[in-house]
Design a protein around this ligand. Structure first.
Ligand code: GAP
Length: 479
């Protein structure tokens, strides 16, 4: 097989990739069914800000828990952390964000609108007009653009009543730095030996000015990051074992998206950063990309950050951020692999990837969100066949039995077919139906059995209420 060129993407599957459904379909479903709302819509909304509705909150919680389970609970070499959001601003000096966390911005000389120069080139505004030399012009009015100027993407805020520079603080643009500044605290309190990781899920903030594309790029977003600390390589210039560890994490993270989150492998690919794309301290970075409706885009970056962060914070703070290696009797600065995922961006991908249109039992179109059962916001719907008073007590009894075990919804309005459609559209894996055979009619006793209807196959099986929990446990994990 021919060697892959640096920077060339690795397709995960040989199948021809089919992009996820168009964004408008998902944005509209997300709003209509209570996943994601444009923020402050009654005031005209706010660019790049979204609110998560009742089902969005559950989906986000389930993705976060799936990540935590895989990265912390099921491993014995990773522990968790929840560091303060607003902290000493020197953290952001030490990390290099104050000096370098910038994007090139250009202004339209006519309408004064501002754009990220790289996003204009990457097609975030579609096909932009150009001048005779091929330079981009304003996508709104064709006006001439200024030369790019570097603009820091961190939000600033003030702590205390006086708004001066001395009281200035930053909103965190990533979760990673809270981990680095706590490296010694965690290592010593938990008596950890290298290699080990520290994981954190938390909100981050970036002053993003490029609009659109739903929750792909927002001002405020949640990240799921882990810093995996290991022994420094024997040869800094040729860190073979370190790069092998990086590759292992790339494979592990890709596996997570496919096996745990259920993303179609043909819509995922790996992209190694070119040498000129890498930060000066990075030994390698690989992005996991998803085939969005507008093309391939980053879902997660796995960076080999060397010892850059610990060394920089140690230098600025004057505090050693080292590890005592008992084997050699030496203090070393660990090297780091960082798998950095976006929780809210993953939620967008989960919605896009789960969307499916197919025939229902009657051959009519049904929309189904085919979430992995673990991710589904509602795991079970309890549906009495009709609003008839004879069905309600048993249906409520079943509902009360299931609610402590799973996120369960009770629905008795409209026809049973319409209610199945509603549950399909929000991705509920199991519907439990209570009918007259369950409760009995015309003086005949009921069989105390209910029907479980499967979201994907639409197959129905009858089980006794006494065996319902066990039957559901085979289909949906408890959470
Ligand atoms: N600590 C490394 C770091 O923050 P990053 O590539 O800038 O790396 C990691 O961010 C992930 O966070 C991205 O792959 C993406 O999923 C998510 N992300 C970054 N900026 C985002 C934004 N403005 N809105 C939503 N998600 C974002």
């Amino acid at each position: 097989m021919a060697a892959r060129q640096p920077g060339a993407p690795t397709p995960v599957s040989r199948q021809v990739p089919v992009p996820a459904p168009d964004l408008e379909t998902i944005v509209s479903l997300a709003k209509r069914r209570g996943f994601v709302f444009p923020s402050a819509e009654i005031y005209g909304g706010f660019a790049n800000a979204y609110d998560y509705g009742p089902l969005g909150v559950e989906l986000k919680r389930n993705i976060r828990e799936a990540w935590w389970r895989s990265m912390v609970q099921e491993r014995d070499d990773v522990v968790g952390l929840d560091a303060a959001l607003i902290t000493n601003p020197l953290v952001w000096v030490g990390s290099g964000h104050v000096a370098n966390f910038t994007d090139p911005l250009v202004d339209c000389k006519r309408c004064q609108r501002r754009f990220r120069a790289d996003h204009l080139e990457e097609g975030a505004y579609g096909e932009v007009p150009r001048d005779a030399n091929g330079n981009p012009l304003c996508p709104y009015d064709g006006g001439e653009l200024t030369e790019p100027r570097q603009f820091n993407m961190m939000f600033r805020t003030q702590v205390g009543p006086v708004a001066d520079e001395a009281n200035m603080a930053y909103l965190p643009p990533e979760t990673a730095q809270g981990i680095f500044v706590n490296f010694v605290n965690v290592q010593q309190s938990m008596r950890r030996k290298l290699p080990f990781g520290i994981a954190q899920t938390r909100v981050s903030f970036r002053n993003e000015i490029t609009p659109g594309r739903f929750i792909f790029r927002t001002l405020e977003f949640e990240q799921m990051e882990m810093e995996y600390f290991c022994m420094p390589p024997r040869d800094r210039d040729n860190p073979v074992e370190y790069l092998a560890l990086h590759r292992q994490w790339v494979e592990e993270r890709l596996r997570w998206y496919i096996e745990v989150i259920g993303i179609a492998p043909e819509r995922l690919r790996l992209r190694d950063h070119d040498k000129d794309e890498l930060s000066h301290y990075s030994a390698a970075t690989t992005d996991i990309e998803y085939l969005f409706p507008w093309g391939w885009g980053e879902l997660e970056g796995i960076a080999a950050r060397t010892d850059f962060d610990l060394s920089s914070h140690a230098k600025l703070s004057g505090q050693p951020l080292t590890y005592f290696d008992e084997d050699t009797g030496q203090h070393v600065v660990p090297w780091v692999i960082e798998p950095a995922a976006g929780l809210t961006r993953t939620l967008a991908v989960v919605l896009l990837d789960a969307y499916s249109e197919e025939p229902d039992e009657k051959g009519e179109k049904r929309v189904v969100l085919k979430f992995k059962p673990r991710l589904a916001p509602i795991k079970v719907a309890v549906l009495p066949l009709s609003k008839n008073d004879a069905l309600r007590p048993t249906a409520r009894r079943v509902y009360d039995m299931l609610r402590p075990l799973w996120m369960t919804q009770y629905d008795e309005t409209q026809s049973i077919g319409r209610r199945y459609r509603r549950q399909d559209e929000i991705g509920t894996p199991c519907c439990v139906t209570i009918d007259f055979q369950t409760v009995g009619e015309d003086g005949q006793p009921g069989d105390d059995c209910v029907t479980i209807r499967d979201r994907d196959t639409q197959a129905q099986v009858r089980v006794p209420i006494s065996g319902l929990v066990a039957a559901l446990e085979e289909r949906v994990p408890r959470c």
